[in-house]
Design a protein around this ligand. Structure first.
Ligand code: SF4
Ligand code: SF4
Length: 419
């Protein structure tokens, strides 16, 4: 796309943003892949429309406030990237744009308070646990609470699972094959700590030593995707210090893995850019790591046939290009058949804080995904992201569907234990 963006004036993000705009040829192949186009049916709520809006703001021909409603409605699901024949790296445009816009936009007081609350609690498991417990206590009053708070309430499991303290090191069992560091995640530790327990169990029994650095923090993805560049940089820097001397950094939440892969962009133009790239090269989803190892070893045959639907978390499939490995891992379990969901490319509507920021679109996408799972006729659905799992549980529950929702690694751990 021709443009008059002066990338030099934008700062370190100028070059990747300008490149993303330039490589878009306006063909529209991405439109059908975009969930918000399906929901809102407007050109300005498509990847192509959003690229034009950002280009015009960057050129100085459009007020930022006119573009923001359509950019805020973007899930950041990145379904537009694999659909694009020109290789437009939309991620290099939307998050940097949100970071630049944050200094220029004004928000209503209620929204400011909500954002502050989210950024103060969600990235900190201890604070989030306390907040979630308090929210659980007032859940029966949800009907009289502000509308903006209800999606947060609905997403919380009831009761909250007990806290699981992680050790700093877990020895490999059997022959030592690798040493990895685990990103423990923030919300995941509170909402479903068993995912980390399952990850550690499967890795250690596969001969992998697991370290869980105490100094690690939130990955920063949540902050980055809502335009809080200062916080995202801080988290990225602290994690660069925390993770070192390992063969890989394992993530088991798609959003966190994808966020850590974006560290070089988050720290672009700073002294830490090179170290960010070195760390990002070590970051790998647990499913990919296990497949590279040749699988988790022999899985007992329970003599049962089980059909499992696999839901692609956007930040695993689109964000990290990980599609086949989780499916292959599940298919290693004797008797397991993996089925695909209808409209599998569509985001489930979870997308970080999207449930809170854009509740109507999030709810519609969540219900569609839950119905797709029900239509597949399975008794269990697997995914690799805590946000998707929480969203699926909530919407399947609302539809009275008794379908188990599990992380891929939990299913694998249970199969290894003959459960
Ligand atoms: S498919 Fe790619 S090149 Fe075509 S309009 Fe969409 S982003 Fe632009
Ligand atoms: S990131 Fe997702 S919602 Fe945003 S433009 Fe791309 S496909 Fe649409």
């Amino acid at each position: 796309m021709l443009h008059k963006i002066d990338s030099g004036k934008i700062g370190p993000f100028g070059e990747p943003m300008e490149e993303a705009v330039r490589s878009c040829v306006h063909c529209g192949f991405c439109l059908a892949a975009c969930p918000t186009y399906g929901e809102l049916e407007q050109e300005l709520d498509t990847p192509r429309g959003r690229i034009v809006l950002m280009k015009e703001v960057l050129e100085g021909g459009l007020e930022i406030e006119d573009a923001l409603p359509h950019l805020d409605a973007c899930l950041g699901c990145l379904a537009c990237e694999p659909a694009c024949p020109s290789g437009v790296e939309y991620r290099n445009l939307i998050s940097p744009f949100r970071a630049l816009a944050e200094d220029q936009r004004s928000r209503p007081l209620g929204e400011k308070v909500r954002r502050r609350l989210v950024s103060w609690t969600l990235p900190h498991p201890d604070r989030f646990r306390v907040a979630a417990r308090m929210a659980g206590l007032v859940k029966p009053l949800a009907g009289v609470l502000p509308r903006s708070m209800r999606p947060m309430m609905d997403l919380l499991p009831s009761p909250l699972p007990p806290e699981q303290k992680l050790q700093e090191r877990y020895e490999a069992r059997g022959e030592h094959r690798a040493t990895v560091a685990l990103l423990a995640g923030c919300a995941q530790q509170v909402l479903d700590p068993d995912i980390n327990a399952a990850t550690i169990d499967v890795l250690t029994r596969s001969g992998v030593e697991v370290v869980v650095p105490r100094e690690q923090t939130c990955c920063g993805a949540l902050s980055w995707h809502v335009g809080d560049h200062r916080a995202a940089k801080e988290y990225a820097r602290r994690n660069i210090e925390a993770f070192s001397k390992v063969d890989a950094v394992i993530t088991n939440a798609a959003g966190c893995g994808s966020g850590m892969h974006e560290y070089p962009l988050i720290l672009k133009g700073t002294d830490d850019e090179e170290r960010a790239a070195e760390l990002a090269a070590l970051v790998v989803d647990v499913s990919v790591f296990l497949e590279r190892l040749g699988g988790p070893g022999e899985i007992p045959d329970r003599g049962e046939e089980v059909t499992i639907a696999y839901h692609d978390a956007c930040h695993l499939s689109n964000g990290q290009g990980v599609r086949s490995e989780p499916r292959r891992l599940l298919q290693r379990i004797p008797g397991v058949k993996v089925v695909e969901l209808c409209d599998a490319h569509l985001c489930c509507g979870s997308a970080g804080t999207y449930n809170i920021d854009q509740p109507e679109v999030a709810a519609s996408l969540g219900e569609q995904k839950a119905r797709a799972v029900m239509d597949s006729g399975v008794m269990m659905v697997a995914s690799g992201n805590i946000g998707c799992l929480t969203q699926l549980k909530m919407h399947l529950g609302r539809l009275d569907a008794s379908i188990e929702v599990r992380h891929t690694i939990q299913i694998l751990r249970d199969a290894l234990n003959g459960i």
